[in-house]
Write a protein that binds this ligand. Structure first.
Ligand code: FDA
Length: 307
């Protein structure tokens, strides 16, 4: 019940200012965010790689308000590519982008976001890695999937994300699986209306499994984005039944969440990719993590009260 309230509150400007300025916030934020700069984040990438984990890196930022800001977001990713090159991890260190940070919601935003993301995908390709397009709220899905299809003409390994809470997602999975795409399946982290999305967790979970089956039986590369132990077990079973070897799909989890499970799966021979977010614009990302799990909110509030 608390999740939607937190997601709604996360749109409040005054709350953003209060949470961002609170001295207690930083240690809690640090649990989910690897650093404020690329320099702080590359050692984390190295240490994950040493432990047999792959990564996808997200330069925090979303909902830019002008094209210059979108260019700055693009340039931050280009700097990330420069920082990744000497690590020589190839596809083991890829990137995740939110098209809203590349100007998708601005007038003419579809073309602007396409141009900006293409520059990043090109640079990533030059160092042997890939980009996955994160999925944001439901109003952006058509544009994001269209951009994904356009970028894939030249860079077929570019990844898409689909959210099981949306009614449309099974159809999207069928289309993407037929096209042989890399697809990350998640439950979905935004506040969506009942006209487009399941509202009950049990329905979202069941829909996840239906979509996962489509992806596992299809021609693409499924990326199982979840921390849910039940779904992790079902994914292994579906992959086995579909005749997929452990390197023909991967698990993805967020930095700071269920680290022991990440290590366990990697030790079992699974591909595990950790989604690492960094940067200073952490508010939206942080609030979604609080909304996913009331215990995180309790932890945050306890640290406020205990000061
Ligand atoms: P669920 O919420 O049922 O959690 C299962 C268990 O995992 C919990 O019981 C708890 O143990 C643990 N857990 C989950 N969330 C936690 C948290 N915040 N803190 C601590 N423990 C937690 N969404 C989106 O809309 N667009 C996107 O592009 C992405 N991208 C993305 C990438 C990756 C790699 C992951 C793992 C997730 C996303 N998401 C996302 C977020 C996703 O939609 C979803 O909100 C979260 O993954 C939480 O759902 P779970 O599947 O983990 O299950």
């Amino acid at each position: 019940m608390l999740g939607p309230v937190i997601l709604a509150a996360s749109r409040s400007g005054s709350l953003r200012r209060a949470v961002s300025a609170a001295p207690v916030t930083k240690p809690v934020v640090d649990r989910f965010i690897a650093g404020e700069s690329v320099e702080e984040t590359t050692p984390v990438v190295r240490s994950m790689a040493a432990r047999g984990l792959e990564v996808t890196l997200d330069v925090l930022g979303e909902d830019v308000t002008d094209p210059a800001e979108a260019l700055r977001a693009r340039d931050a990713y280009l700097r990330l590519v420069e920082a990744l090159e000497p690590l020589d991890l190839g596809p083991r260190a890829e990137m995740s982008v939110k098209l809203s940070s590349f100007g998708q919601a601005l007038p003419g935003g579809h073309d602007l976001a396409l141009k900006n993301v293409t520059a990043v995908v090109e640079a990533a390709d030059a160092i042997g890695t890939t980009v996955t397009l994160d999925m944001e709220d439901h109003t952006t899905v058509d544009s994001t999937l269209a951009i994904h299809a356009e970028v894939r003409r030249d860079y077929p390994l570019t990844g898409a994300v689909v959210q099981s809470y949306l009614f449309r997602t099974e159809d999207d999975c069928r289309a993407l699986a037929d096209a042989g795409a890399r697809v990350r399946l998640v439950k979905g982290a935004y506040k969506e209306p009942a006209s487009v999305a399941y509202q009950d967790k049990a329905d979202v979970d069941k829909a996840y499994i239906r979509s996962l089956r489509i992806l596992m039986e299809g021609a693409g590369y499924p990326m199982v984005g979840t921390h849910d132990p039940r779904i992790v077990a079902i994914a292994q079973d579906l992959a086995y039944r579909a005749g997929r070897k452990p390197d023909a799909y991967e698990f993805q989890m967020l930095y700071g969440i269920r680290e022991a499970e990440q290590a366990r799966l990697a030790a079992e021979g699974h591909r595990v990719r950790v989604y690492i977010a960094y940067g200073t614009d952490w508010y939206g990302y942080f609030m979604r993590r609080l909304a996913e799990r009331p215990a995180n909110l309790a932890f945050f509030l306890r640290s406020v009260v205990s000061r």
